[in-house]
Design a protein around this ligand. Structure first.
Ligand SMILES: *Cc1c(COP(=O)(O)O)cnc(C)c1O
Ligand SMILES: [Zn+2]
Length: 448
């Protein structure tokens, strides 16, 4: 059986098609975003059971490249790419963390975190970048005059782009908002040989510039308005269901900024439903930082209007975005999945991240936003105690140690309820014993 896929305009009235090896990010006819469409009829010839078996047989195997969480589902992602052009770092296949203690604390029996940050560059951005860079490698092998691949980034996209390009021997270019990303995120593209441009603006400002410079077809755009990334990221929903033996959770919560990831999550789940693997859909929840919450504002009026905003500085720096590029796709997805949007203040996100850490997680601030949103929805009675809930943890906490240090030092501009300061003690056995006795007694009293 031969499978095929193409870019298609998301505007139903237009529905213009383009081959996947075209350098194109928006519809030439109407200017809307594009999405990858698959020949679903061809895919449907293999039954649901056979797909499930194939995906299970490949999952985390060492048969390159099919052990990758993305390429194990190659037929659903980029069916026509030549295997020699695949640039894979064994992405996907990340573990589910059973949040038993945290769940009990907030009143849930069945809570899990999908740890997308336990991956090569430390965030879920790897899932999409393997697809995009593989397609670039294929286009270059076909003679396309691509000299470099560029992105604007709040930190994680540039880290993923730089490392996949380094593995493929392709030049990457990253535009970063000066002083607005963590040191760990900045050093990743530097180490991986990217051309790093630091611009005195915010993410939306960098995005504006990169859109202009990539009008030149020799510089290929790697931001998530390029729907090749969405094709990789959509496997996360499929993988979660697969990890639960093909049982669909009741609710999936995801932090959102540019809103490509929630669209991707929805797209993977719909594909599974359309191919008969699942028969019901979970509810999807997008969590935003209150200081960068344009989708939340739109949700409050039933998505009837949408206004871009000027995002304010937030600890959740990867979602400090006021003008999300995938807004239309995200609203469409949320309408389909009985979607809810919540937002969280700086204090709520930081406390939720820290409380999670006290139960064995190691959260990035964006996962803190999702956890804070979850707590609010439980309090509001919108999520029930018995529901099966999965939180998408988008990055590894080690990328955000400055956030954690500031929290535990208590140097943020709000009270940090769960801060845990080191105790300075003279280097003698007696002093240590005394400090321990005192501290352990206090701990028992305040234990959360
Ligand atoms: C990119 C990113 C997000 C937001 O994803 P979008 O697709 O922009 O909504 C959330 N968390 C982390 C850690 C990210 O890197
Ligand atoms: Zn169009």
């Amino acid at each position: 059986m031969s499978y095929s896929a193409w870019f298609q305009c998301i505007n139903q009235q237009c529905a213009e098609h383009y081959p996947l090896n075209t350098v194109i990010y928006r519809c030439k006819t109407c200017g809307s975003l594009l999405e990858v469409q698959h020949d679903m009829q061809a895919l449907g010839h293999r039954g649901a059971k056979a797909w499930m078996k194939l995906f299970e047989d490949r999952y985390k195997s060492t048969e390159w490249p099919y052990g990758s969480g993305i390429w194990g589902k190659k037929e659903w992602v980029l069916p026509e790419i030549h295997v020699d052009n695949i640039v894979s770092l064994y992405e996907g296949g990340t573990n589910l963390f059973w949040a038993e203690r945290f769940g009990k604390m907030i009143g849930l029996d069945n809570l899990w975190l999908k740890l997308c940050g336990n991956s090569h560059s430390g965030s879920f951005k790897d899932l999409g970048m393997t697809v995009l860079v593989s397609m670039v490698k294929q286009m270059i092998s076909e003679g396309a005059p691509i000299q470099a691949v560029a992105c604007a980034s709040t930190g994680d996209t540039s880290a993923a782009l730089a490392v996949y390009c380094a593995a493929a021997g392709i030049q990457s270019v990253v535009l970063l908002p000066k002083g607005k990303i963590s040191i760990a995120q900045l050093v990743q593209p530097i180490a991986n040989g990217a051309l790093v441009l630091s611009l005195d603006t915010d993410f939306d400002g960098c995005m504006g510039v990169v859109k202009e410079i990539t009008k030149d077809e020799t510089i290929y755009l790697a931001n998530s308005m390029n729907s090749l990334r969405i094709e990789g990221q959509k496997t996360v929903g499929i993988e979660i269901v697969q990890q639960f033996d093909w049982e669909v959770p009741d609710v999936i919560i995801i932090p959102g900024g540019n809103l490509g990831n929630v669209s991707a999550l929805g797209s993977g789940l719909l594909m599974m439903r359309d191919l008969g693997i699942i028969s019901r859909l979970p509810r999807l929840v997008v969590a935003q930082a209150e200081r960068a919450n344009p989708l939340y504002r739109s949700y409050l009026n039933n998505f009837e209007t949408f206004e871009p905003i000027q995002a304010k500085k937030t600890l959740a720096s990867a979602i400090q975005i006021g003008n999300p590029v995938s807004i239309e796709k995200a609203i469409r997805t949320l309408r389909h999945f009985s979607g809810i949007v919540v937002d969280a203040t700086e204090q709520e996100l930081a406390d939720a991240a820290a409380l999670g850490d006290l139960t064995g997680m190691f959260n990035c601030p964006h996962t803190g936003v999702a956890l804070a949103g979850l707590i609010k929805l439980i309090k509001a009675g919108k999520i029930d105690k018995s529901e099966h809930v999965v939180v998408i943890s988008t990055a590894h906490g080690l990328k955000f140690t400055d956030f954690k240090v500031a929290y535990h030092e208590g140097s943020l501009d709000f009270p940090c309820r769960f801060s845990n300061k080191p105790i300075e003690v003279p280097p003698t056995v007696d002093a240590v014993k005394e400090a321990l006795q005192h501290a352990l007694k206090n701990r028992r009293k305040t234990n959360v």
